[in-house]
Design a protein around this ligand. Structure first.
Ligand code: ISE
Length: 333
């Protein structure tokens, strides 16, 4: 079996993480990388024996690139994914697919013009063991219809210059995707409610409570707390008619000592979702080999972007905002 040849656009932290994963997995070879900054590009290239190209166009057009991995800053995703799709290449794009719903729509149009699915979005939580168990239990129907989804997404602190809307586009975006996937339903409205501001954040609103409602009337109640300080903590519980299903946490050593019980939490998402990151890449590569890409699709990226737009409006209006997706194109049905 010939190794799949990968070109990477954007060589920050997550790209380097993917390079290490690909090296461990085998079956794929990074051949070219590009970045707006030369030094990180050279460092990333040295890790995998790739060459540095001067532009993203050169990566996309290279004959020895079958797959383009887009790990550039979010606001550049649209341009980079469109170039790759228009060149007929398979694309793995880190979330978000694009920062606007309009950008995602353009990507779907390009993919439809290509006549087949080329794009997978990096919503890695769909490959997490805990979420997969939850999905199986919800879908199995044994516990009755789902009524409420309660989620919490807490980060230790903002890792970059953070703004209030980033709590939606960078952070809540994971639950936006995972809840519609868990429920197999689409959102119809969005609301944001603010409790008192934490002393741990100054330049943006934190924490906040997000309420989403789906077409079947299911409520998603999501707490986002970017600067909780104590650890990286992601929780999800689905209240069904005849039972409550809680996502299991990855197991860590449980210690009883000095009159207390203690179990440590991971301190970032790459460690917390380590297995999910591996399994998503393996599924993507297998999808390219078989010509049958798994989700998350560009439609999923689009649905998340439309919901994020409504939530940003809701952050400002503090009113209930409606969400309208329109019809799902045949390619994604
Ligand atoms: C980051 O980009 C992620 O993807 C993490 O999963 C999320 O917890 C964090 O808030 C984001 O900034």
């Amino acid at each position: 079996m010939n190794a799949l040849r990968i070109g990477i656009i954007g060589t920050g932290h997550i790209a380097v993480d993917h390079i290490h994963r690909l090296a461990r997995m085998g079956g794929a070879q990074v051949t070219a990388v590009s970045s707006r900054r030369r030094e990180p590009a050279e460092k990333a290239a040295a890790l995998c024996g790739a060459r540095v190209e001067d532009s993203y166009q050169a990566v996309v057009e290279a004959d020895d690139v079958d797959i383009v991995m887009v790990t550039s800053p979010s606001e550049l995703h649209e341009e980079h994914v469109l170039a790759a799709v228009n060149a007929g290449k398979y694309v793995f794009c880190e979330k978000p697919l694009a920062v606007t719903a309009e950008g995602c729509r353009k990507i779907m149009e390009a993919e439809q013009a290509a006549g087949k699915r080329l794009v997978m979005v990096g919503f890695m939580r769909r490959f997490d063991r805990g979420y997969l168990q939850l999905k199986e239990a919800v879908t199995g129907g044994k516990y009755g219809a789902p009524l409420i989804v309660k989620c919490a997404h807490r980060n230790i602190e903002a890792h970059v210059a953070y703004t209030t809307d980033m709590a939606i586009t960078q952070t809540a975006i994971h639950e936006i995707d995972i809840s519609r996937w868990l429920l197999d339903d689409e959102y119809v409205s969005a609301q944001v409610i603010y409790p008192p501001q934490t002393k741990n954040a100054e330049s943006f609103r934190d924490p906040e409570l997000i309420i989403l409602r789906t077409s079947r009337g299911i409520i998603i109640n999501l707490e986002i707390y970017i600067s909780c300080r104590y650890g990286y903590d992601v929780q999800c519980e689905v209240v069904c008619e005849d039972g409550v299903l809680r996502m299991p946490q990855p197991s860590n050593l449980f210690i009883r000592s000095e009159g207390a019980c203690h179990e440590s939490l991971e301190n970032d998402w790459v460690l917390r979702f380590d297995g999910a990151f591996d399994d998503e890449l393996l599924a993507f590569l297998e999808g390219v080999r078989t010509g049958n890409l798994p989700g998350p699709t560009a439609w999923d990226g689009y649905a998340a972007a439309v919901t994020a737009d409504a939530l940003i409006r809701a952050q400002q209006s503090e009113q209930i905002e409606t969400i309208t997706l329109g019809e799902k194109p045949a390619l994604y049905r």
